[in-house]
Ligand binder design. Structure first.
Ligand code: FAD
Length: 406
């Protein structure tokens, strides 16, 4: 078996792993990021980059180049109940460099970080490299066994980071306790063509037919259709024509384009999970992002939480890693810093599942606009509150360029 060594070996080239790798390299830490796929191209899997993440990009000097890539700007969100629209969130007043959600395919985000990373000698990215298991000596995690097209590789590292997403193999190997908060919904994602004459605003629609979220992606709508957990077989059994009719009733302007849903392959099922690790680390091993806490799609915060974990971890661990002085206390500090925002965000998502989504998708009758939502129509200042909660989240992390060595 080929042997390599590095200071920090990160399993998973998603938002969490790439951001952590990039920021550690900036601090002069030798880092190896392993991604099991040969490229970053995958279908929609969280394209929302929130103002808090854009602000961190700005602090890193990455924002200008990032926003040169193609994206759609979402600076307001609305909800439509039985045809009546209420503006719900207005991001334009947030005190940040980019007060909007940038809708950009995740591969652009990852590619941007990869390009910035490649400018530093300490940053190594291995594509088509799958972390199979971590290695251990005397109760300490010491590296990873990795499979690559050129054969197996053993990578020795002072720290292994599991940023391998919600299906994390390293998390399963660790046996660390996962607390499952339960999720009563699953979601079908699909896209439908959008013509330039159509309304531009992204919105959630609620009616007797259930709920559908439509996100403006320029020449198409990215749509999400939540339904009670496990009911996908029932929806499939009713047939695609019935689903298309339901979509038409919910969004009449899609009547001429809904036939683009030609087969069930055009719909992607997201099995929603909300869970988190009790303990995010063991000696020599740390979990961040979805591997530490799978998030519901509510609020579109998964990418942003993963990035915030990475920024905090890089800030807390950079110096210890560079000086070869990493302690369990450092790893515990990362969990301490990020567990509270995770808990608060997940509690809000569970509340939204139980008191907003489930009532909306199971009512099967006309729903009246609640009075508190009408208030958003009449008092524009109120729209700043959801904008702050969704756009900045709980405890947004910042980058301090004084930490940089590169
Ligand atoms: C259909 C869908 C829609 C979503 N919508 C949104 C949204 O609108 N907004 C939002 O913020 N979030 C959304 N999410 C969630 C979001 O994608 C995740 O929260 C976010 O990507 C988490 O980042 P991460 O880096 O922790 O994990 P991931 O993005 O899952 O990245 C993990 C990476 O590790 C790689 N990997 C896995 N195992 C190994 C291994 N053994 N060795 C090497 N590499 C490995 C994977 O290929 C992947 O690239 C959505 C998710 C899905 C599936």
């Amino acid at each position: 078996m080929r042997e390599l060594s590095t200071t920090c070996c990160i399993a998973g080239g998603g938002p969490a792993g790439m951001m952590l790798g990039y920021l550690l390299a900036r601090q002069g830490v030798d880092v190896m990021v392993l991604e099991k796929h040969e490229d970053f191209f995958r279908d929609f899997r969280g394209d929302t980059v929130h103002p808090s993440t854009l602000q961190a990009f700005d602090e890193m000097g990455l924002l200008e180049g990032y926003l040169k890539r193609p994206f759609q700007k979402t600076d307001r969100l609305a909800v439509e109940i039985e045809g009546e629209t209420v503006p719900l969130a207005d991001f334009r007043h947030l005190p940040v460099a980019a007060p909007f959600i940038a809708m950009m395919p995740q591969w652009e985000f990852l590619d941007h970080l990869a390009n910035a990373g490649r400018e530093m000698d300490e940053f190594h990215l291995m594509m088509s490299a799958k972390a199979e298991r971590y290695t251990e000596e005397a109760g300490r995690v010491t590296g990873l066994d990795v499979s690559t097209p050129d054969g197996p590789v053993r990578i020795k590292a002072d720290l292994v980071v599991g940023a391998d997403g919600r299906g994390s193999a390293l998390r399963a190997q660790s046996g660390l306790l996962v607390k499952d908060l339960g999720a009563p919904i699953d979601v079908f994602w699909f896209r439908l063509p959008r013509s330039s004459g159509e309304a531009a605003e992204s919105l959630g629609r609620v009616s007797a037919d259930g709920m559908m979220v439509m996100i403006n992606r320029g020449d198409y709508w990215q749509c999400a259709l939540p339904f009670p957990k496990g009911a996908d077989d029932e929806i499939r059994a009713q047939g695609l024509p019935a689903l298309r009719e339901r979509i038409k009733r919910m969004a009449p302007e899609l009547a001429s384009t809904v036939d683009a849903l030609a087969s069930w392959d055009d719909l992607k099922l997201l099995t929603v999970q909300v869970n988190r690790l009790d303990l995010w680390w063991r000696t020599g091993l740390l979990f961040i992002g979805d591997a530490a806490h799978a998030m519901s799609p509510v609020g579109g915060v998964g990418v942003n939480l993963a990035v915030q974990d990475a920024i905090a971890a890089a800030r807390i661990l950079g110096r210890s890693l560079r000086e070869g002085a990493l302690t369990d206390g450092d790893l515990a500090s990362v969990q301490k810093r990020r567990e509270w925002p995770t808990k608060v965000t997940q509690s809000a998502q569970v509340f939204a599942h139980d008191f907003v989504l489930v009532p909306a998708i199971t009512a099967k009758r006309k729903i009246r606009m609640p009075l508190f939502l009408r208030l958003f129509k009449w008092v524009p200042l109120l729209r700043r509150l959801p904008a702050r909660a969704v756009g900045m989240g709980v405890r947004p992390e910042h980058w301090d360029t004084q930490l940089d060595r590169n």
